[in-house]
Design a protein around this ligand. Structure first.
Ligand code: ADE
Length: 253
């Protein structure tokens, strides 16, 4: 099995890079793809840069050029409902594009991808169960070894929740309480907002390739989002997001 692993930014793949025995690298379309071994599995690691186009282009190369059978995406996200706390892990059960609106076309629904006639892209239940298990294992057994307790305290993280739910993707960094409340009222089971996941999911759906999107909540998508994300990413999130991916790959048969 070949596994494609994507983060949007370099910080979201750097720690994985240190773990992978890199055998070759190839630059295509301004992205560098590292092929190597991680726990005896063949992986191709890349950072896509931010947004739906960047993510779609990267995952298309992973599938078309490298022939991956499974795509894992990891990174941070803004909380999509008041229950989501910084540090919580969201595994994308359903993903949609919150900035897709063709409802002006007769018969088209809000959020529906025209012609494909789909709103949600859904991950495989067996992979979701494995993802939840890996995240839970990392939090219970590894998190405290890798992340200093003072940093966990700074972000008020004790035991992060791990939830499977809806991820909403759009080409917007959301830092507006009214906007996130509106999305929460429009989207069933909204757990977080981010900028790549549903694009990855759509391409994987179109090519018939399995995927899992993991997100760690870095902010509440409100007016403090910019401050939180920068500090959290630098100090804490990278360990959580990449630690969970490592555990997932280690456990894969
Ligand atoms: N990624 C992390 N936080 C985000 C936010 N508030 N909006 C969109 N993407 C994000």
């Amino acid at each position: 099995m070949k596994i494609g692993i994507i983060g949007a930014i370099e910080e979201e793949v750097r720690l994985l890079m240190e773990e992978i025995e890199v055998l070759s690298e190839e630059t295509i379309g301004m992205r560098t793809y590292y092929t190597g071994n991680l726990f005896g599995k063949q992986v191709i690691l890349v950072y896509s840069r931010c947004g739906k186009v960047a993510a779609a282009s990267t995952v298309t190369t992973l599938i078309g050029h490298f022939g991956v059978d499974l795509v894992l995406f990891t990174g941070v996200a803004g909380g999509g409902n008041p229950e989501r706390k910084i540090g919580d892990v969201v595994v994308g059960g359903k993903l949609l594009q919150h900035d897709m609106d063709s409802s002006g076309i007769p018969g088209a629904l809000r959020f529906e991808i025209p012609l494909l006639k789909k709103i949600y892209f859904e991950a495989e239940p067996a992979l979701l169960a494995k993802a939840v298990e890996s995240a839970g294992y990392y939090i219970k057994n590894q998190m405290h070894k890798e992340i200093d307790v003072s940093l966990l305290q700074e972000f008020d993280i004790t035991v992060p929740a791990v939830v499977v739910g809806t991820i909403a993707t759009g080409d917007q960094f959301i830092s507006d309480r009214n906007k996130i409340n509106t999305l929460n009222s429009q989207i069933d089971d909204l757990q977080c907002v981010e900028m790549e996941g549903a694009a990855i999911a759509q391409v994987c759906y179109e090519y018939g390739v399995d995927f899992v999107v993991f997100r760690v909540i870095s902010d509440n998508a409100d007016e403090n989002a910019h401050y939180n994300i920068k500090r959290f990413l630098e100090k804490t999130a990278s360990y959580l997001t990449q630690g969970i991916i490592k555990q997932f790959v280690r456990e894969l048969e």
